[in-house]
Design a protein around this ligand. Sequence first.
Ligand SMILES: Nc1ncnc2c1ncn2[C@@H]1O[C@H](COP(=O)(O)OP(=O)(O)OP(=O)(O)O)[C@@H](O)[C@H]1O
Ligand SMILES: [Mg+2]
Length: 242
Amino acid sequence: MNKTTINEECPRCKGLGWIKDKEGVRKCVCKYSQVTDSLFKRMNIPKRYRDKELSNFIKNKKYGHDLILSRVEEYINSDDYLDGKGLFFVGPPGVGKTHLAVSILKEFFRRRKLVGLFYDTRSLLFDLKATFDGSSSGREILEDVVKAPILVLDDLGSERLSDWARDILHYIIINRYNELKPVIITSNIELKGKKSENSLEETLEERMGSAIASRLSEMCEILSVKGQDMRTSKLLQLQYGK
Ligand SMILES: Nc1ncnc2c1ncn2[C@@H]1O[C@H](COP(=O)(O)OP(=O)(O)OP(=O)(O)O)[C@@H](O)[C@H]1O
Ligand SMILES: [Mg+2]
């Protein structure tokens, strides 16, 4: 089961992970300043993304990354999440959408002690389908996803959905919408809008139906992430020495 809150507290930092005194703000020495391996597991953050931070997101002015990052910072520092507000990162492959979504989960833990949950959407549906024979584990996964204080649904709408998958996503989004619980979405396709005449690309609304798209557009601010595919970029190889 994914526990959504941490009960123990550090007497120095009150469990916030940082201390503010006359010298400024600094990290506490306690475990709250670290997102530990066991937390990564609870949050279901994939290994590849565990070292991803807002601070190691390389900004390129040409693509408006400054604006994206300052909007993300504003979101993290605000209480918008309490009103069920989230973010919807849309853009082509390799531009850093998942990197940003994971960084947000980590910052929510560091700054607010909230243990969020990450799921690649297709894997979530697969896991649920594999366990949804009435066994308790399927229901537990679904309950964790519905109740997580902040949820990342990665790569939403990457394929056409069966009626079953659509119903499950419907259930998750509608429950979170009703309970004012935020979602952070990443996707390669636009949420709504008309596809141009010669575009083969569908929108999420077309793939998932207007009930989901309408709720997501109320819940999420859309941030369009542009850039080059960093998976094949020399810039990234220089940064990480790969
Ligand atoms: N601006 C950036 N600065 C640093 N690293 C980046 C940046 N953009 C992408 N990366 C890195 O490139 C790799 C691919 O990024 P990521 O997986 O976040 O892309 P994505 O937009 O989610 O792509 P997809 O749509 O295929 O899921 C990751 O290792 C990520 O950390
Ligand atoms: Mg991604």
